[in-house]
Design a protein around this ligand. Structure first.
Ligand code: 5GP
Length: 194
């Protein structure tokens, strides 16, 4: 599960990951949304574009793993595809905003939660102080936003800096590879003959 603050480049990193041919066992879960289609977007590929009524119908029928309202529109993860993919023994990649991520966290404790961070979050405080050019109001605003983002990060398993898309993808691939080796995930293969 890939999440993070808006504007950090989640979509770009996700697209780069899915282009990579190593990922035959990683399937991207196409989200459902009520926001209008942007030029070049394809229904069923980028999103399932639905009306508000259709989306609310899905919610009522229990068809969503999670959903959130983001800038006046619904966004959500259809449950069916996620279940089918997991049942087939494959990994599912969700790329969603933070409120949805927290819903998935409580429903799927087994999931791996990756927080994508902007490259300057770590050193933001020092840079702002050193630079000494921003007025107090700007410093306060930036620091407050950074503090909120860092607080959010504590709900995740991994923090990946998106300094360069290829580097971020590489870090995420390593996380996925390591997670597959967790004793809790492989123990059955060693003990099932008993
Ligand atoms: P955009 O409109 O730019 O495609 O997406 C806006 C935001 O919605 C992004 O932060 C994106 O990660 C998030 N988003 C996309 N799909 C989902 C989803 O299925 N559930 C949730 N909660 N957020 C989503």
């Amino acid at each position: 599960m890939l999440s993070g603050p808006s504007g950090v480049g989640k979509g770009t990193v996700r697209q780069a990951m899915m282009k990579d041919h190593h990922h035959q066992d990683l399937q991207y879960s196409v989200s459902m949304t009520t926001r209008p289609k942007r030029p070049g977007e394809v229904d069923g590929v980028d999103y399932y574009f639905r009306t508000k009524e259709e989306f609310e119908h899905e919610i009522k029928n229990g068809g969503m793993l999670e959903y959130a309202q983001y800038v006046d529109h619904y966004y959500g993860t259809p449950l069916k595809y996620v279940n089918q993919t997991l049942d087939a023994g494959k990994d599912v990649l969700l790329e969603i905003e933070v409120n949805g991520a927290m819903q998935v966290r409580s429903k799927c404790p087994d999931g791996v939660f990756i927080f994508l961070t902007p490259p300057d979050l770590q050193e933001l405080r020092q840079r702002i102080i050193n630079r000494g050019t921003d007025d107090m109001a700007t410093i306060d605003k930036r620091m407050q936003k950074a503090a909120e983002e860092i607080k959010m990060m504590t709900n995740y398993d991994y923090a990946v800096v998106n300094d360069k898309v290829e580097l971020a993808v590489d870090r995420i691939e390593k996380i996925i590879a390591s997670e597959h080796l967790r004793v809790s995930r492989v123990i059955d293969q060693y003990t099932s003959f008993n």
